[in-house]
Design a protein around this ligand. Structure first.
Ligand SMILES: N[C@@H](CCC(=O)N[C@@H](CS)C(=O)NCC(=O)O)C(=O)O
Length: 248
């Protein structure tokens, strides 16, 4: 019997990839993880650009689908629909999940991602306007997530859904982003509730085995020029101090 996995997830140890890894485990699918060293530019290899011309992970390749899928929200939506789980099939509950999935893709990911860059990657305080702007945006989002979760057990209602899986890996940054855990009690309780699910432990284990070492090696091997390319830093702006990322 051929037991080769028909689903391949390309990526590394980052929140947008982790959310897909969580769903793959929640669905109990057989899948393969393939590392893409984004710090050293593997996402720009012609072979990878055929999968995602934007040169970003995650990408999901499923033998059952005639095209490679990129954009993590689209991947979650595809898998949930395909397996009819973690996304109600109709009605208001379905659109509530879609709404919160869009909140993650349009707000949580972009704003927290920028805050990661300006607060955690660059030397603290080196870009005060950008850091302040994204901290303000992130604070508003964390606050609303907490208020929402104080009213309902899961982000989109009574059931655990792909919206929870999409937000969870990003919500783990709360404290590192400089926000007080005790001011977000509902968010913390929800985070703990998700954290105890067996699928999370299994996914963490798979990512640890497949991604932790190569992701770390890619980050350590990256030169300043590689990091400039990764972060889209052009010659027209002063050089960046990347000492923080080397300490992470
Ligand atoms: N909106 C995209 C964001 C993907 C993304 O930004 N991926 C990062 C890693 S988490 C990446 O591949 N960066 C490489 C690059 O920009 O060159 C998604 O959710 O899939």
């Amino acid at each position: 019997m051929n037991t080769a996995a028909t689903v391949t997830l390309y990526g590394g140890n980052s929140p947008n990839v982790r959310k897909v890894g969580i769903l793959l485990e929640e669905l109990g699918l057989d899948y393969e993880l393939r590392h893409v060293g984004v710090f050293t530019g593997e996402q720009f290899n012609p072979q990878f650009l055929k999968l995602n011309p934007f040169g970003k992970v995650p990408v999901l390749v499923d033998a059952a689908l005639a095209l490679p899928l990129y954009e993590s929200g689209a991947i979650l939506f595809y898998l949930a629909e395909q397996h009819q789980r973690f996304l109600p099939i109709a009605g208001a509950a379905r659109y509530d999940v879609m709404k919160w999935l869009m909140v993650q893709m349009a707000m949580v990911g972009p704003m927290f991602g920028q805050l990661n860059h300006f607060r955690l990657v660059l030397r603290r305080g080196s870009e005060p306007y950008a850091e302040g702007r994204y901290a303000e945006q992130a604070g508003r989002i964390y606050g609303e997530l907490d208020r929402q979760l104080a009213r309902r057990p899961w982000i989109a209602g009574d059931d655990y859904s792909i919206a929870d899986m999409a937000i969870y890996p990003w919500a783990l940054y709360l404290e590192n982003h400089g926000f007080a855990a005790d001011q977000h009690p509902a968010l913390l309780a929800w985070r703990d509730r998700i954290g105890t699910r067996p699928a999370i432990a299994r996914s963490n284990q798979r990512f640890q085995e497949a991604f932790a070492k190569p992701s770390e090696a890619s980050r350590r091997a990256a030169t300043d020029a590689d990091l400039d390319r990764f972060f889209g830093r052009t010659e027209s702006v002063p050089p960046a101090d990347y000492s923080n990322i080397r300490r992470l």
